[in-house]
Design a protein around this ligand. Structure first.
Ligand code: G6P
Ligand code: MN
Length: 445
C-alpha cells in the first residue's frame, strides 16, 4: 500500500508516520512518498522519520521527491497537507486583517478567506492530477481551510476526497471523559461545517448524557470548551460548540487579544518553525528530540490568546495530543481493509442538512467502509446555527467562484458577506491589502 503525502516536508508529517508505525496488520501502508516544493524541508523531515523508524522492524519505506506527478503515480492514498504561501503567508493573513480590525485566523473570517483564495487553485490542480494519474486513489485532505478545500477538490474527485480535522474528535473525547464514559464507545451527535459545528448530544450505552453535563455547572466548567465559552453561555446554547466558534461568539475579545499579542499565531509558528528546520539538520542534531520539543511547545500554546481572554488557563495535559493522525489512520484502515467504523469527517452533504444543497461539504459523523464515507442522518440544527452555517457556506461558494473566474469583485463579495467582516469597504481594503502581500493572489483581476 502506497501513501503519498503532499506537503511532505511539513512539520506534522512525523505524527502521521508515527501512527503508521503502530499499524502491524496485513494490508498496512508499506511505502510512504513525501512530496514538497522545498527539498530542504523534505530532507529535514526524512531525518526525523528515519529516527522514528530506527527500532521498528517492518517500518514503511520512505522516499522524497519534488516531482508531483511522480509522487502521485501508483498511490493508493494521497494525504494533502500543504500550506500555500507558507507560515509567512499565514502571518500576513493575520496582519492585514487585524489592521482592519477584523479577525485573520487561518480558517475563520477574513484570514480563512485569504488563505482559501490562494489555496483553492493549487488544490484544484492537485485534484485534477490525481484524477488523471491515480484515479483509484483516495485523497485525505488535511489542508486548511479544510471544508472549503475539500469541496473544491470534490468537484474533480467526487466522494474520493474526504476532509479530516481533529477538533470534533477532541471535543467528543473531552465530553465523554468528563461524563465518565469511554470516548470509543460514545456516539457523538455533531454536525456543521469544519471549525463551525456543535455537539448536541453524546450517547453512552444508548442514553444521551449531554443534558446531565449541561445541568452541572462544575462538570461543565471543568474542560476546555467550558472554560473557553463559560458555563452560562453553554447552558443558553444547550449545545457544546467547536472551539473555533469562540472566534464568533467572542469575536471582539479575540480580535483585541490578537491585536495586542506580541506575535500572532502565524508569526509565532513562522519563527518557531524556521528555527526548527535550521536546527534539525545541523551537525549532530538529534532530529526526533528537536522535533518533539517543538511539537510540545506548539501544542501547549494552541489558541492561547482565546484562552487568555476567557481566563481559561493552561491546556489540560490530556488535550495536548491532537490526534488527527489517528483519524487519518482509522480512515485509511476502514477504506483499505473494510474495517467499518464511524468518524466525524468532511464529506458532501447529500441530504444531511436540508438547508444546504447536496454538494456542499459539511462536517458530520460518517460510516466508513471500503466504499468510502457515508454521512449519517442527524437532527436539524437550531436556526441560529443554520444561519451561520448557510452564511459561511455562501462565502465559501464565493471563494470557489472567485478562484475559478479570477474575479476580484467576487473575492470582495466573499469577504463582504462573511459574518465577521462588518463593512463592504473593509472587504474592499482587505482585497487590496491581501493582493499586495500575496503573490499567490495575482490571479485576481
Ligand atoms: C487544530 C485544528 C487544525 C489546525 C491545528 C493546529 O487541530 O483543527 O485545523 O491545523 O489545530 O493549529 P496551529 O495553530 O498549531 O497551526
Ligand atoms: Mn482543523
Amino acid at each position: 500500500m502506497k501513501l503519498t503525502i503532499l506537503g511532505g516536508g511539513g512539520f506534522r508529517v512525523p505524527l502521521v508516520y508515527g501512527a503508521l508505525l503502530t499499524d502491524r496488520a496485513e494490508g498496512r501502508v508499506t511505502e510512504v512518498v513525501l512530496h514538497d516544493l522545498d527539498a530542504g524541508r523534505l530532507s529535514a523531515v526524512v531525518r526525523v522519520l528515519a529516527e522514528q523508524a530506527a527500532q521498528v522492524p517492518g517500518a514503511p519505506s520512505v522516499s522524497a521527491t519534488t516531482d508531483l506527478d511522480e509522487a502521485l503515480r501508483g498511490a493508493d492514498f494521497v494525504f494533502s497537507a500543504i500550506r500555500v504561501g507558507g507560515l509567512e503567508g499565514r502571518a500576513n493573513d493575520e496582519r492585514v486583517a487585524l489592521a482592519e480590525g477584523v479577525l485573520g485566523q487561518e480558517t475563520v473570517g477574513a484570514g480563512g478567506i485569504a488563505y482559501g483564495l490562494r489555496t483553492v487553485p493549487v488544490a484544484v490542480d492537485i485534484a485534477r492530477r490525481v484524477a488523471r494519474l491515480a484515479p483509484d486513489a483516495w485523497v485525505i485532505n488535511f489542508t486548511n481551510p479544510a471544508g472549503l478545500v475539500t469541496e473544491a477538490m470534490s468537484r474533480h474527485l467526487g466522494d474520493r476526497v474526504i476532509g479530516i480535522c481533529d477538533s470534533p474528535v477532541g471535543l467528543g473525547r473531552r465530553i465523554a471523559r468528563v461524563l465518565g464514559g469511554n470516548p470509543k464507545e460514545a456516539w457523538i451527535d455533531y454536525v456543521g461545517l469544519n471549525h463551525l459545528g456543535w455537539v448536541r448530544g453524546l450517547h453512552i450505552a444508548g442514553r444521551d448524557e449531554l443534558p446531565r453535563l449541561l445541568a452541572d455547572p462544575d462538570l461543565l466548567g471543568s474542560f476546555e470548551e467550558g472554560k473557553l465559552f463559560g458555563v452560562d453561555w453553554l447552558q443558553s446554547l444547550g449545545a457544546i460548540p467547536n472551539e473555533y466558534l469562540h472566534y464568533y461568539y467572542f469575536n471582539r475579545e479575540a480580535v483585541r487579544a490578537y491585536q495586542q499579542a506580541e506575535k500572532t499565531r502565524g508569526a509565532f509558528l513562522r519563527d518557531q518553525q524556521a528555527h526548527f528546520y535550521e536546527t534539525v539538520t545541523g551537525p549532530g542534531a538529534r532530529a526526533l528530540d528537536v522535533w518533539d520539543r517543538t511539537r510540545a511547545e506548539r501544542e501547549a500554546t494552541y489558541m492561547s490568546e482565546n484562552r487568555e481572554t476567557a481566563g481559561a488557563g493552561e491546556r489540560d495535559a490530556d488535550d495536548l495530543s491532537g490526534g488527527y493522525e489517528k483519524v487519518a489512520l482509522a480512515l485509511m484502515r476502514a477504506i483499505a481493509r473494510d474495517e467499518r467504523t464511524t468518524l466525524i469527517l468532511n464529506v458532501r452533504n447529500r441530504g444531511t442538512l436540508s438547508a444546504l444543497d447536496g454538494d456542499a461539504v459539511i462536517e458530520v459523523p460518517c460510516l466508513v467502509d471500503a466504499n468510502g464515507a457515508h454521512p449519517v442522518a442527524v437532527a436539524p440544527l437550531p436556526d441560529h446555527a443554520t444561519g451561520l452555517v448557510c452564511a459561511v457556506k455562501a462565502v465559501e461558494r464565493e471563494v470557489l467562484a472567485a478562484a475559478e473566474s479570477g474575479s476580484r469583485a467576487t473575492a470582495v463579495k466573499a469577504f463582504a458577506l462573511h459574518p465577521l467582516v462588518d463593512s463592504v469597504n473593509v472587504a474592499r481594503r482587505l482585497v487590496e491589502g491581501y493582493t499586495e502581500v500575496h503573490p499567490g493572489l495575482a490571479y485576481l483581476k
